[in-house]
Ligand binder design. Structure first.
Ligand code: THU
Length: 136
């Protein structure tokens, strides 16, 4: 399936505006593309009890999984301290990489974006080599 990278990044940039990050002031948006061609979005949502917060990637996955989706192609993410502009590339935290590996194969694409035309593409296998797997 062809990935419309610009559209996926656009969704992540738009969703980042809804990030709730009063504690870290680090705003993240994610947009997840399913095999069915739908896009599910998520932002980070923090909490006064810090560990209760959730990352943008797991927000997006939770939305998709809760809607019954199980097959995924790619996720775009964008984040940074400046709420309007992502100045650096942002990469998924270790917990999110492991979370993704539950539902995605090693060729799942992770697109880290500063803007629609400034992005890097990795595979989950590259970002999580030798991830935990009960079946090994
Ligand atoms: N965060 C994400 O949303 N995704 C990541 O992959 C890394 C970190 C969020 C969590 C927290 O709200 C803020 O960024 C600072 O850690």
């Amino acid at each position: 399936m062809e990935i419309d990278v610009n559209k996926l990044i656009g969704s992540a940039l738009e969703t980042r505006k809804n990030a709730y990050a009063p504690y870290s002031n680090f705003y993240v948006g994610a947009a997840l593309l399913t095999v069915s061609g739908k896009i599910y979005t998520g932002s980070n949502v923090e909490n006064a009890s810090y560990p209760s917060g959730i990352c943008a990637e797991r927000s997006a996955f939770s939305a998709a999984l809760s809607a019954g989706e199980r097959n995924f192609i790619a996720i775009a993410l964008t984040g940074g301290k400046n709420s309007r502009k992502a100045e650096k590339f942002c990469y998924p935290c270790g917990m999110c990489r492991q979370f993704m590996s539950e539902f995605c194969k090693s060729d799942f694409k992770i697109i880290s974006a500063k803007s629609e035309n400034k992005y890097e593409i990795y595979t989950l296998g590259e970002l999580l080599p030798k991830g935990f797997d009960l079946d090994v």
